[in-house]
Design a protein around this ligand. Sequence first.
Ligand code: BG6
Length: 460
Amino acid sequence: MVDYKFPKDFWWGSAASATQTEGSHNGITGETVWDRWFSEASNRFFDGVGPGKTSDFYHRYKEDIKNMKDIGHNSFRMSISWARLIPGGTGEVNQDAIDFYNAVIDELLAQDIEPFVNLFHFDMPIELQDKGGWENREVIDAYADYAKVAFDLFGDRVNKWFTFNEPIVPVEGGYLYDFHYPNVVDAKRAIQVAYNTMIAHARVVKLYHANYEGDIGIVLNLTPSYPRSQNPADLKAAHICDLFFNRSFLDPAVLGEYPEDLIDLLEEHGQLPETKVQDKELLKNNIIDILGVNYYQPRRVKAKEYLPNPYAPFMPDWFFDNYEMPGRKMNVYRGWEIYEKGVYDIMINLKENYNNIPSFISENGMGVQNEERFIKDGRIEDDYRIDFIKEHLKWIHKAAEEGCNVKGYHLWTFMDNWSWMNAYKNRYGFFAVDIETGERTAKKSASWIRDVSKQNGFNE
Ligand code: BG6
């Protein structure tokens, strides 16, 4: 029998985001890109369900936080909705939002659950998107003002802050692949958005370090890029993929600079973003204290095999192709590969190439459709989720044993919630939520994680 014991004070918990859980947004908060897009294209959302229909954490946070406590959480990552705190994105602060976030933070602390607070989870206030979103440097100023408001209001109790969740997602969704507003397909603009996001990030890290005490970081969805073969063309393709999807964020955040070969590649193909002279120093001097790693699946990559597709001009012939590796294990519901060792490869990379930065798994999880199929004696027997978590934990344990600075594991997510275009298609929670009544019911994985968290590990 193997004893999987985790490092002392390991962070057990889960993550969620404001837009996906809070609800009650109409009339209370400003609108975001999600409200706009849903109003324009509700048919693109699963079952036509938009961001107005959430699990209503806004009214039920006490019950939810009590449930978190019951299943052994010692930490929880939430996000603040910029549009709720400052409707319109700039100017007056909304007292209702102050009261709400104060109450949530206080309730978490009262239950000995440490709040980790993220400032931006895909939810740009619509007024700022209409001004160009992250393409417009004025939005960076507005974001820094918003961050200051949040730090001033909640920084006395919150000691772990995150500037962005998965900054690549609004870039690829909004500017490359058409799954987020503003549905632009333009590589050059995408690269500018990615760059400006990291400038906004560094501005806020600087602000925090100069005025507050605690840790600040960023949450990145790192996707190890595995080449189809050791053939130089496949290796090069995997390297390009890694540069774009991981290192464009990881390197500036942790090392304070962009990889030289990324800059060379962009220059060679006429894709360099517009920069300002002071940017380099800003990035260099403002690196993070802590890194959140969201890990769901790796990327399998091969050299480009066909000429540019006129319908996908954002995949130029110097880029790479995705590769469907035969025999790979899949979460068929979500269409994502399951490769547990990926999480270990990420941690080893952070140890060897990123100063062994303090990090934690800030999201990992398994979305499943129609989970009612698995109800037995009134609860969902989600053994598949337990196995999924357990197999990832084994690799995280191995990484920790080998000296990786991994401090915790957060599941996506605490309770079933609304998701960006998928609405309620895939359920991820430890708790099931009845969307009509709002009733929460613990799944089998909830009692399993309670035991694991309380024993700080498991045997097998
Ligand atoms: C992460 C996001 O990318 O994946 C979450 O941070 C998201 O917001 C989660 O919900 C799962 O993805 P999806 O699309 O299945 O909800």
